[in-house]
Design a protein. Sequence first.
Length: 227
Amino acid sequence: MFLPLHDNNPIEHIKFAYVNYSLIAITSLIFVIQYFLPEQANSDLTIRLGMIPLVVRDIIPQPLALIPDQLPLISYAFLHGDWWHLLSNMLFLFIFGDNIEDAMGHWRYLAFYLICAALAAGAHLLMNVDSNGPLIGASGAVAGVLGAYTVLYPHARVFVLFRIFIPIPLPVPAFWFLGFWFGLQIFSVVVSGGALVAWWAHIGGMIAGAALAVIFKRRHVPLFGGR
């Protein structure tokens, strides 16, 4: 129904968002490795590095004994199930992540992204405490980026491809587009009960990102900006 194409929000404080683009490159490279692994090896990787609530809670043992039980709270965000899962997450990160890196600085943005991943996983865990299925995907961390964008640049224009009868690119304020996206996650939880897709990770990640943006942003970057 809708797909973001780009925004009109230039970066002002950095020359190049190398952390954001490195996250995209590393995540994409890991998926390529997953894609060419034998099916059983890929499944084993998902179980070992995906976030399994019962493992993180130390109810069942960590499948890979050499890593801490809590590492999957971050490592899950670098694994994906299929090409669409990867590309949709990386598209959102490509469009919105550079401005958040610009607003925070390179290393604070990296810390912000990883913390959002962990908090999004925590939200999923709280709502699925007895699950033994692995959570994977960058959606929670990316939702954190969207939450930060919502409070830092709500008035920036995002060009969105709407499709009712034919695809039409339309510029809309970021607040409306991202607010609709957030509302869609809540609606999906109500309708689906959280089945199949980790909607609570999206919701938790976006709330965490909005809150953390106030702490991680540069002092002179205002809230509720963009134009």
